[in-house]
Design a protein around this ligand. Structure first.
Ligand code: ZN
Length: 348
């Protein structure tokens, strides 16, 4: 059996003991007592009372004994089944896609990532479940703001697609402004941007990054990552972006020539946030050596066989033909990473 949290081999049951304790306070939870149709019904009934926004259908759940039950208030879990929408391709894979993306982020990239798992409906179909991180242990809500709100981007000020009308540069500047000793957070943010680029997440927009005041702290920090999906598997989008542009105004010469972000852009972004060269090299070594681990995890995931193939094809392409891509000599720039990239590219 494979743990429906972390993909480890387990003798029996749904989750390993570590996932059980992280996700469900050590409780042996039962599969959901309702199926997807009943979920949609509950969703419609509770929709106007829920504060969770977003395009995907989701409801709040609370743990009651060993059962997870829909709730309008105090839900500590969010459940997202395969959406009813017909505008998505391969939608049967969407829950497994989000789950494996979250696990790669957490286990392989070491990014602070919300706890997540898959859980069966009554009929066995798997849904994505994630534990909310915006509650303190005593149940009080933690102070949290997404970057649309931090940067004061609203529909009124920026139009309907306001959450896409910004750049990671602006988010980084807000981090500098609001997070004390921001250098560590900026490196964390940098790794998250690179990760979103690698998994081709076109929804890494302003509302999918947030600041919060963790329990027992007075200062702000980045929340755990959430809503990580290889979206291009499900929707037709233009190549190259992640939801936001990297830079507010100026693009690099490579970007001007290629039309997608390549190594120079990520080096330039690192310089802009003053990521020390040593740290940048460390980040890239981690990314480069992650490929076999990503392959293994995707193979163990709950994606369909064709979903696994598509996920890995896209990831490998993004790594080799995008992130590590270096434009020809006539565009040569002062590169810190080039020697490292050249030495490994053959083996990838
Ligand atoms: Zn596990």
């Amino acid at each position: 059996m494979t743990c429906k949290g972390c993909f480890k081999n387990i003798g029996s049951g749904m989750y390993c003991s570590k996932c059980k304790s992280e996700m469900f306070a050590g409780v042996n939870v039962k599969p959901l007592s309702f199926d997807k149709e009943e979920f949609y019904k509950a969703h419609t009934e509770m929709a106007d009372r829920l504060s969770i926004s977003g395009v995907q259908d989701k409801i709040s759940l609370k743990l009651s004994g060993d059962k997870l039950e829909p709730t309008a208030n105090d839900g500590k879990y969010i459940l997202k089944p395969v959406p009813a929408s017909n505008n998505l391709r391969h939608k049967e894979d969407i829950a497994a896609n989000e789950h494996v993306s979250m696990q790669i982020s957490k286990q392989i990239f070491g990014i602070n990532t919300a706890d997540s798992a898959l859980i069966p409906f009554k009929d066995g179909e798997l849904a994505y479940i994630t534990k909310r991180f915006d509650y303190a242990k005593d149940g009080t809500k933690l102070d949290q703001e997404d970057f649309a709100s931090v940067l004061e981007y609203t529909e009124d000020s920026k139009g309907r697609s306001y959450k896409y009308e910004s750049s990671y540069e602006e988010v980084a500047n807000a981090i500098k402004k609001y997070v004390p000793a921001a250098q560590f957070t900026l490196e964390d943010f940098y790794l998250r941007i690179v990760f979103n680029y690698l998994i081709a997440n076109g929804d890494a927009h302003l509302k999918n990054f947030s600041l919060y005041r963790p329990e027992n702290r007075k200062d702000y920090a980045l929340t755990p990552s959430y809503d990580l999906v290889h979206t291009r598997y499900h929707v037709n989008e233009t190549e190259g972006d992640m939801g936001l542009d990297l830079f507010k105004n100026t693009d690099t010469r490579s970007y001007g020539a290629l039309g997608f972000y390549s190594l120079e852009d990520f080096e330039e972004f690192a310089r802009m946030i003053e990521l020390p060269e040593k740290r940048l090299v460390k980040v890239f070594k981690k990314i480069i050596t992650s490929m076999p681990k990503v392959t293994e995890m995707v193979e163990r995931s709950f994606l369909s066989d064709s979903g696994k193939e598509a996920y890995l094809d896209s990831y490998q392409n993004r790594l080799k033909q995008r992130l590590l891509y270096v434009i020809g000599e006539s565009y040569a720039y002062d590169s810190v990473l080039l020697p490292i990239v050249e030495s490994v590219l053959e083996d990838l």
